[in-house]
Design a protein around this ligand. Structure first.
Ligand code: SAH
Ligand code: SF4
Ligand code: F3S
Length: 443
């Protein structure tokens, strides 16, 4: 049965969006609404969207079209589009006969009012970006979690203006949340039984808090969260290579519960392309930072993001990307074809001149190399024993659990008498390029 007070929410895009959906649900539940996981009982359907690549937006347009039939069945149904695509394409979205309301990433406190307006059959929107909003005191409703691992958003926005990227336009200026509220949120999660938090931001290592004579950088914040309990694992993402200091790497090394895993997107291995991307580091700088990580944390795993076929990328630039990947020996990578986004510097000033088939072929070479690197990295782990935090039942078999080791590698193993949320020592006996397979060691 449909209840007009029931909220259903679907999330696309990055982890920041996942965390935001939990904030949106909390804001609405503090009003008069209730979260439902059943779309057919919802009076309000929200789609939290991503604009990062054209493909991401196409997928969401498709989804919006599918929702037409639900709207025909129930004329009272409110459909809202929120997040980055809402920010970017407000007018196009409101023009459709599906979308009733649009809210950008900094307008979520306005959601109850927007829904009220939409209920009166008026199109409602708020895409005003803020320089201060961090939803600091909102306690997220962790409806998407497994009760073991949760995300904590520590900062919002980005003003690095990498020339290909829409995020500075959809999420506004960079701002950090108070250390006190972050530490409290992590403490609350730990007390509720959670055993892992991931601190989130587009550039977590640029985290900066400076108020009432209290100065806190990311290394200090990370340390404070790690000190809550040795049983609370701390992760963080994404780190920008330009800001990865030795102080931060030493902090990760110092605390056992700060996971030895760094996601450090390189984007390209060619200094010429990095300059055109406005990444503010060179191939040599990036290599120096990787050397520092490997020196200070020898068992640290490292992952990356790579873009193939950015404007004016030559075969030589592409080879530079492959050779840097090989040199680092990434454990994991997210790999994309360059997708031009209107409004960005690259769209306005640079030519998207690498033909689609060349972008595709280069991407395939990047993926094939990473597949080999991931497999090699996992093979090295066979025979080793890792502490694994059990996150849930394995998708492959109900008889097995799945969890991750410090290095963020997924490990599956027979359940034996262990429990979700528990730490176990697992000896690795086998692997694929994506998963480690092992057995719990008798205590
Ligand atoms: N803040 C993070 C990443 C945010 S977006 C960072 O700077 O590393 C996640 C990834 O999407 C980026 O690292 C990049 O690899 C990819 N990406 C962003 N814009 C893109 C575009 N226009 N085309 C293709 N990939 C893109
Ligand atoms: Fe986009 Fe660059 Fe900011 Fe990452 S750092 S979100 S790639 S502008
Ligand atoms: Fe997408 Fe916005 Fe995240 S564009 S990647 S949802 S910040």
């Amino acid at each position: 049965m449909i209840d007009l007070k029931n909220i259903y929410i679907e999330t696309y895009g990055c982890q920041m969006n996942f965390s935001d959906s939990e904030i949106v649900v909390s804001i609405l539940e503090n009003d008069s609404y209730k979260y439902t996981s059943d779309i057919n009982s919802a009076g309000v359907i929200l789609i939290n969207t991503c604009s990062i690549r054209d493909k991401a937006e196409q997928r969401i347009w498709k989804r919006i079209n599918q929702l037409k039939s639900l709207k025909k069945k129930n004329t009272n149904l409110i459909i809202g589009v929120i997040g980055c695509m809402a920010e970017r394409l407000k007018n196009e979205l409101l023009k459709t006969d599906v979308v009733d309301l649009v809210a950008g990433p900094d307008a979520y406190r306005d959601m109850p009012a927007l829904i009220e307006k939409a209920k009166k059959n008026q199109k409602a929107s708020n895409v005003v970006l803020s320089e201060i909003e961090t939803y600091d005191e909102i306690k997220p409703n962790y409806f998407q979690t497994n009760g073991v691992s949760a995300f904590i958003s520590i900062m919002r926005g980005c003003q690095n203006f990498c020339t290909y990227c829409v995020v500075p336009y959809t999420r506004g200026k960079e701002r950090s949340r108070s250390p006190e509220s972050i530490i409290n949120e992590a403490k609350n999660l730990f007390e509720k039984g959670y055993r892992e938090v991931t601190l989130l931001g587009q550039n977590v290592n640029s985290y900066k808090w400076d108020s009432n004579n209290e100065k806190v950088n990311f290394a200090k914040l990370l340390e404070s969260v790690a000190l809550i309990s040795p049983l609370l694992r701390v992760r963080f993402t994404t780190s920008h290579p330009k800001d990865i200091s030795d102080e931060l790497i030493y902090t990760i090394a110092k605390y056992k519960n700060i996971c030895n895993y760094i996601h450090l997107p390189m984007q390209s291995g060619s200094t010429k392309i990095l300059k055109l991307m406005n990444r503010r580091y060179t191939r040599e700088w990036y290599m120096d930072r990787i050397k520092a990580i490997k020196r200070i944390i020898p068992d640290c795993s490292i992952s990356t993001d790579v873009i193939s076929g950015f404007c004016s990328e030559t075969e030589e630039d592409h080879q530079d990307t492959l050779s840097l990947m090989q040199w680092v020996g990434y454990d994991f990578a997210y790999m994309f074809k360059y997708s031009e986004r209107s409004g960005t510097y690259a769209a306005k000033k640079l030519k998207d001149d690498v033909p689609e088939d060349v972008k595709g072929r280069r991407l395939n070479e990047i993926i094939a190399l990473q597949q080999k690197l991931s497999y090699e990295s996992n093979l090295k782990d066979v025979g080793k024993t890792f502490e694994v935090l059990i996150e849930g039942v394995s998708k492959r078999s109900g008889k097995q659990f799945s969890g991750r080791n410090q290095q963020n590698k997924v490990v599956v193993f027979d359940k034996e008498d262990a429990k979700i949320g528990q730490y176990v020592n697992v000896k690795i006996t086998d692997c694929t390029s994506a998963t480690l397979i092992g057995k719990i060691l008798n205590k």
